[in-house]
Design a protein around this ligand. Structure first.
Ligand SMILES: [Zn+2]
Length: 309
């Protein structure tokens, strides 16, 4: 790699790093005339060989000459090419999922299955769920879950138990307060577009500690240490909306009423966002292949109430 190429690779690494990815894969390399590849390990901020994701013609001899002659213009052009290549790789859904059968259950049937499982849980009559060696081997190379669950990390709210489901049936995203950040959204998009999962359930629960923390921020201006404050930030608008809807504190509402209203509002806000503004989910929603519903789990009686419609 000559000096010009080294400078170029540094610029390229910087560009990939600025895209906010943990690891970028770019094309080109020492002595490359067509499709040799290097990877840009941004954690170590240097180019290292070699992840084989070729982008043909990227570092042809002609382009290298052009680069030497017109470094600024070509750098911009090549960065744009890399951006497009990385973008195309991100948008290439066919390569993401393992081959194998995808979910074929309808959204309505999936919802029915969750309700049936929860009814058994409430009645304290759990049936044997799909697990064991045979099931493990059956799904070892592919998965076809019936639903995505976005739920709280709370130890009292384990989706498989609440819905009586087993191995390979639920695609679960859990965090304190069942919010959806970029990682959670990407996980949902993966499940819907790659695995054909027909149902997304966003489930809050009674006496949620994360939502209670957000209530405390609003009501008492509590400041939480570490990352906990930022964790509850996305919930705060829900608390404010719930408080406005309930009216002034005191005779109008108790703390528990505000907390529960905030739990529901938090679920509804996430559901609305997924239904209305997330591009990859809009088409399956329009086509009737996807249903997104909210829910609330009651810690006392074990019932999951679904907010349909
Ligand atoms: Zn919780």
């Amino acid at each position: 790699m000559d000096t010009g190429e080294q400078a170029w690779m540094q610029a390229l690494c910087h560009a990939v790093r600025s895209m906010g990815r943990q690891r970028g894969v770019v094309a080109g390399g020492a002595g490359c005339t067509s499709a040799r590849t290097v990877s840009c390990d941004i954690n170590r901020t240097r180019a290292v060989p070699c992840i084989p994701v070729p982008v043909h013609g990227f570092f042809t001899k002609e382009k290298k000459m052009a680069h030497h002659n017109q470094p600024k213009r070509d750098s911009l052009r090549q960065l744009a090419s890399i951006g497009a290549a990385v973008g195309a790789a991100v948008l290439a859904p066919a390569s993401l999922a393992a081959p194998g059968p995808k979910s074929t259950v309808s959204a309505a049937r999936a919802l029915e299955m969750l309700k049936e499982g929860n009814a058994r849980f409430i009645a304290d009559r759990p049936e044997s769920v799909t697990q064991g060696k045979q099931r493990r081997l059956e799904i070892a190379r592919s998965q076809s879950p019936i639903a995505v669950l976005v739920s709280c990390s709370d130890s009292r709210v384990p989706p498989e138990l609440l819905f009586g489901r087993g191995l390979g049936e639920l695609f679960i995203i859990r965090n304190a307060g069942n919010t959806v950040d970029t990682v959670a959204l990407g996980s949902i998009e993966y499940a819907v577009t790659q695995l054909n999962v027909p149902l997304v359930v966003v489930m809050g629960h009674e006496r949620c500690g994360a939502v209670d923390a957000a209530v405390s921020v609003v009501e008492k201006q509590t400041v939480f240490p570490g990352s906990m404050g930022r964790m509850v930030e996305p919930i705060i608008p829900s608390v404010l909306q719930a408080r406005t809807a309930l009216g002034p504190k005191g005779p109008k509402h108790t703390h528990d009423e505000l907390l529960d209203a905030s739990v529901k509002r938090n679920v509804q806000r996430v559901v609305s966002r997924l239904r209305e503004s997330e591009a990859l989910l809009l088409e399956p929603l329009r086509a009737g292949k996807l249903m997104i519903v909210g829910a609330r789990y009651d810690l006392d009686d074990g019932r999951v109430e679904f907010f349909e419609g």
